[in-house]
Design a protein around this ligand. Structure first.
Ligand SMILES: *Cc1c(COP(=O)(O)O)cnc(C)c1O
Length: 480
């Protein structure tokens, strides 16, 4: 299996060559040359491999899926990496991603039982093990530099902590994350994890990361890398739980299901698209957004319009507060029948110039729904509160704010006889303020997080100054 760029660059690369990289050389995103097809016999075999989520079933399924896309890691090693990643010890249940029934034909798929209680752990935990493996094989080191306002940074740190060959430098806006999120990140005392609290807002953190990445000499000398959501390995790891969700919601392989995905950067639902392209019987992929409705606007009208910072709302489902959807280019590439030149004109040129492009009048646009199964909807703060209350009143279940956006939009797209699976992307304890607003009570806290706010913390507070951050990295890279 080789990988190509969505912007038409002629080069083809293997999995491990793109594993540690971000964008393709022409600024595009990597996708496989083709989607391996899962025929009826394979689907049926995978159902028995997953084995209803019996111990080891998820890891074995992950190995099956990954094997189709990775041909430059020996099978025994890849199997060991999957086994090491997807364990009951890390995820708290043998199924790893158990389904919870709300009502007949309406399910939540629990993707938030990993160390940071959000779905990003599902991919990031694998990435940590893949990075360690590949860096050791090459005899190289990597310094991951990132900016976070919460979920991504902590998932990256919990995935990379204690890994040989990897250091993490994670910038966050000083004093602006929730107490729980600060405690989660800053209580990590591992030597290879560096929390840097920047005196500024999230955009300042992102600007520093951009400045450092544009300093080519510094970047090369200090082996700076990233783990952002455009990384193909992250997307690939997410494909596994679409299959695992399907097997749990159905008993035979001729049934179809739909998925609703609380979406921001389009990474999660793009893995659903890949699963569907492989032949998983998915009727609809329902994209749920919050007030930052870039994606809902596209799927309703065909207009893709990037928002300015001032038009990007701070909402109570903050991990979906995006101004543009960084993985969306992957879907548009498929929608345009993989016309790299056209994708390059849209994303590489028109978007930079005009901040928008329109496909609404193009005959291809209706295929987003008819051929690829995409529909969408949006949800607001009031919808979240109502949905959290309603779900608690009727099913005695407390759901987080992002999942609430999903449940709200899923109900607008139910089809008779087609089970609906809503991806639960975080646990409510991470967004306790809104739960209290909705229910007048604190969400349950998993016992391993008791008293986390009182643990010793390790964090370096610094001004919003690129040179200062570079000096800090230089100093700490020199350590053994
Ligand atoms: C990151 C995140 C999302 C959005 O996922 P995308 O892959 O960016 O679409 C939704 N919910 C939670 C809790 C998240 O952390």
């Amino acid at each position: 299996m080789k990988y190509l760029s969505t912007r038409g660059h002629p080069e083809r690369r293997h999995f491990c060559e793109i594993l540690l990289e971000g964008l393709a050389p022409d600024g595009g995103l990597y996708l496989p040359e083709h989607y391996p097809q899962v025929d009826a016999a394979t689907l049926s075999r995978w159902r028995s491999v997953f084995n209803g989520g019996a111990p080891g079933g998820y890891a074995a399924l992950a190995f099956e899926v990954l094997s189709l896309y990775i041909d430059d890691i020996p099978a025994a090693d890849l199997k060991a990496l999957c086994d090491k990643t997807y364990t009951e010890a890390v995820y708290g249940t043998p199924q790893i991603v158990p389904l919870k029934m709300l009502e007949e034909g309406f399910w939540l798929e629990a993707l938030s039982n990993g160390p940071t209680l959000a779905f990003k752990d599902m991919a990031m935990q694998l990435l940590g093990n893949l990075f360690e493996y590949e860096l050791a094989r090459r005899g190289e080191q990597l310094n991951i530099l990132g900016a976070t306002s919460g979920d991504t940074g902590s998932a990256a740190e919990y995935a990379m902590r204690g890994k040989r060959g990897v250091r993490v430098f994670m910038l966050s806006p000083h004093g602006r994350m929730s107490k729980f999120q600060q405690a989660q990140m800053f209580s990590l005392l591992d030597e290879n994890i560096h929390n840097i609290a920047i005196e500024g807002v999230f955009d300042d953190c992102q600007d520093i990361v951009k400045n450092v990445s544009n300093d080519i000499d510094f970047k090369r000398l200090h082996k700076i890398g990233t783990v952002n959501s455009i990384n193909w390995a992250r997307l690939l790891a997410q494909v596994v739980y679409y299959f695992a969700g399907y097997f749990q919601a159905t008993s035979t392989d001729d049934q179809r299901v739909s998925f609703t995905v609380p979406s921001g950067n389009f990474g999660n639902v793009c893995a659903g698209h890949v699963s569907r392209m492989m032949g998983l019987p998915i009727a609809q992929l329902v994209v749920a957004t919050n007030e930052n409705d870039v994606l809902d606007e596209f799927f309703r009208t065909g207009t893709y319009r990037v928002r300015a910072s001032a038009d990007t709302h701070e909402t109570s489902s903050p991990s979906m507060d995006i101004s543009k959807a960084s993985n969306f280019e992957r879907f548009v590439f498929d929608l345009l029948d993989r016309d790299g030149a056209r994708v390059k004109a849209l994303f590489g040129q028109q978007l930079g110039r005009e901040g928008r492009f329109e496909l609404g009048d193009d005959p291809v646009f209706e295929q987003a729904a008819t051929r690829y199964g995409f529909v969408s909807g949006r949800s607001t703060h009031l919808n979240r509160l109502e949905t959290i209350r309603d779900t608690f009143a009727r099913f005695q279940m407390v759901i987080d704010t992002h999942t609430a956006d999903g449940v709200k939009v899923a109900r607008e797209h139910l089809q008779p006889g087609v089970p609906m699976i809503v991806l639960e992307t975080a646990l409510p304890i991470k967004f306790a303020e809104t739960i209290v607003e909705a229910l007048g009570r604190q969400p349950d806290r998993p016992p391993q997080f008791d008293g986390i706010e009182n643990l010793p913390k390790r964090v370096k507070v610094m001004p919003a100054d690129t040179a200062a951050v570079q000096a800090y990295i230089t100093q700490h890279c020199a350590e053994p």
